[in-house]
Design a protein around this ligand. Structure first.
Ligand SMILES: Cc1cc2nc3c(=O)[nH]c(=O)nc-3n(C[C@H](O)[C@H](O)[C@H](O)COP(=O)(O)OP(=O)(O)OC[C@H]3O[C@@H](n4cnc5c(N)ncnc54)[C@H](O)[C@@H]3O)c2cc1C
Length: 297
């Protein structure tokens, strides 16, 4: 496929298990790795004209992909769209594929504070903005000034962040499409102090969550005034497994791939966990992880 900027980088039949942190998932019919905003616009316009379905992929850290794979095109920003631009007054612009840990470290090195809580989230700026990811009392939506989205026709929209309704793990984006770039405003900070806070929070994370495991992080969202992990634990799901899929012994809301877990095993464990919590507490847990593919087939 050729764009105005030359041939775009594309792969047919790539296994999505290599692009998700849990290491599960079949082939994507086609994957494209755009290098610029202009390429993103051209690709989406062309895919719309050709009538192909398009999905957006960041770091695959909040995804469970079906072993049968997905049809259509997967647009992945992580590989080639991770550039950042720093300007005076705490303004930072990051492309949608920028990894949050790198974002936080570069902000700290530039004497900026406000993103250290996000340093331990292994996702991209685009993926995080799409669901208002957050940790330790900080949500990414709070530090954003504007969000640039390319819609299905390839049109670029710049949205002012304070007009977007952000809530726990939710961003009510009025335009559907790929988050290509985000503008942030951060406060001045002393690098040593910012790094010290980052270190403290990362140590806290290591102490309470599985570390270095293949996982997609939290399986379920926390219900109001409750913790999904605590409910799963009380329902006896800590350490429960289906094949190679396991609810972590350290944090029951983290589903881990201990070997060659299949998407069916992971889904069976999720369904079991939800059912046990419903029976025990009468609470319907909502999924935080996103599912891709034909799980009903
Ligand atoms: C060990 C671990 C710890 C975690 N800790 C946290 C935590 O503390 N807090 C938290 O909130 N999350 C946490 N997560 C979950 C995950 O990292 C976040 O949800 C992250 O924001 C997902 O970003 P991603 O780039 O990986 O998105 P992906 O998993 O690639 O995609 C997730 C969803 O976002 C969409 N998406 C991705 N990129 C874009 C884009 N550019 N434009 C539009 N839509 C897009 C996808 O289509 C998909 O629907 C954790 C995950 C792991 C594995």
């Amino acid at each position: 496929m050729a764009g105005r900027t030359g041939k775009v980088e594309e792969v047919y039949g790539a296994k999505l298990r290599d692009f998700t942190t849990i290491g599960i998932g079949g082939a994507a019919e086609r994957m494209i790795f755009p290098r610029s905003l202009q390429e993103v616009q051209e690709i989406l316009k062309m895919e719309r004209e050709e009538g192909r379905e398009v999905r957006f992929l960041g770091a695959g850290s909040n995804l469970l992909v079906y072993d049968g794979g997905v049809r259509g095109t997967v647009l992945c920003l992580k590989k080639n769209m991770g550039k950042m631009l720093f300007s005076a007054g705490g303004s930072v612009v990051a492309e949608g594929g920028t990894m949050l840990p790198r974002f936080a470290v570069l902000c700290a090195l530039s004497g900026l504070s406000g993103s250290e809580e996000l340093a331990g989230i292994p996702g991209t700026v685009g993926g995080a903005m799409s669901m208002n990811a957050g940790a330790y009392g900080r949500f990414i939506g709070e530090i954003a000034e504007w969000v640039e989205i390319v819609d299905a026709e390839g049109r670029l929209h710049r949205l002012v962040a304070h007009n977007i309704g952000f809530a726990y793990r939710e961003a009510a984006l009025p335009v559907r499409g790929v988050i290509a770039r985000v503008g942030f405003r951060l406060a001045p900070g002393v690098p040593d102090e910012v790094f010290a806070r980052m270190k403290t929070l990362n140590e806290k994370r290591r102490a309470t969550q599985p570390w270095g495991e293949r996982t997609f992080g939290s399986t379920f969202r926390n219900p109001p005034n409750e913790k999904a992990g605590r409910l799963l634990e009380q329902a006896g799901m800590k350490g429960a497994r289906e094949g190679d899929a396991l609810f972590s012994e350290k944090h029951a809301n983290f589903l881990i791939n201990t070997g060659r877990a299949t998407s069916a095993e992971a889904l069976r464990l999720i369904v079991r966990g939800r059912e046990q919590v419903r029976v025990m507490a009468g609470i319907d847990l909502a999924l935080e992880v996103k599912l891709w593919g034909d799980f009903d087939a």
